[in-house]
Ligand binder design. Structure first.
Ligand code: ADP
Ligand code: MG
Length: 236
């Protein structure tokens, strides 16, 4: 009896994991599809960088599968210094085609270098899940703005959209597995995003108003260098 129960639990875990992997693989594949759609149009000027980006996205897809197979031990990840200026510029390049296909605009402002510790691929995945939700919330004249700045030893990233917004009951459920209001949604995106940000010692908060839009606030500990990290005193 006990043995049977364990087996059922294992099967459930495996199927949930498989669903998560499928969902996460869909994001880079959709981005790639966006690039290919643009390529099949008329422009030839940027072909080279779009093709390189498409290949990079496919590589990222297999990287995400690897990430998920080690999902049980996320704390063992090697964490390297990431410059948010650089990471968010790459995210802007990756997401712009998808935003344009949805008749939206994407603006990214990172006025100074901001160094945090983490895994570049997972960081991008976490942010892209948030941005994709913004894109999917867009009605006409969609506008998505990403700002990042330093605040009291913390790097703050704000992702704001003027999309459909959320009711308070929706806001409470964000990050719950399988919570989705979309016909094609899986409700796994934000669950994974919260997990990645948690492992990177960051936080994620949402503010939203139905009919007006949504803002996501992501915070990570800022590391300019090791000595300043140790001696940093937060002025109040
Ligand atoms: P999915 O996108 O597959 O539905 P997510 O975990 O990414 O799953 O998001 C869960 C739900 O949260 C969405 O279905 C949507 O109802 C809501 N949501 C998240 N971000 C936004 C946003 N920027 N604007 C409006 N609703 C959002
Ligand atoms: Mg989503």
């Amino acid at each position: 009896y006990n043995h049977q129960l364990q087996r059922t639990e294992k099967m459930q875990i495996i199927s949930e994991l498989a669903a998560s992997i499928a969902h996460e693989v869909r994001n880079p594949l959709q981005v790639t599809r966006g690039f290919l759609q643009l390529l099949s149009g008329k422009s030839v000027e940027h072909d080279k960088s779009y093709f390189a980006m498409a290949i990079q996205e496919l590589d990222r897809a297999s990287g995400i599968i690897t990430d998920f197979l080690t999902f049980a031990k996320p704390e063992l990840d090697t964490r390297i210094a990431l410059n948010l200026q650089h990471e968010l510029a790459q995210i802007e390049t990756m997401m712009t085609p998808l935003v344009l296909l949805n008749n939206g605009e994407l603006e990214v402002h990172v006025p100074e270098p901001l160094i945090i510790l983490g895994n570049s691929s997972k960081f991008k995945q976490a942010l892209i899940n948030i941005i994709k939700n913004s894109i999917e919330s867009i009605r006409e004249e969609g506008h998505i703005t990403i700002n990042a700045w330093a605040e009291e030893g913390t790097a703050v990233i704000r992702i704001a959209d003027n999309g459909e917004g959320m009711e308070p009951e929706q806001l409470e459920k964000l990050g719950e597995p399988y919570f989705s209001t979309k016909t094609k949604g899986t409700g796994l995106g934000l669950m994974v995003t919260f997990r990645i940000i948690e492992v990177m010692e960051g936080t994620l908060k949402f503010h939203s108003e139905k009919g007006k839009g949504t803002e996501a606030i992501v915070r990570f500990p800022l590391v300019s260098n090791t000595s300043s990290k140790k001696s940093a005193v937060v002025p109040q």
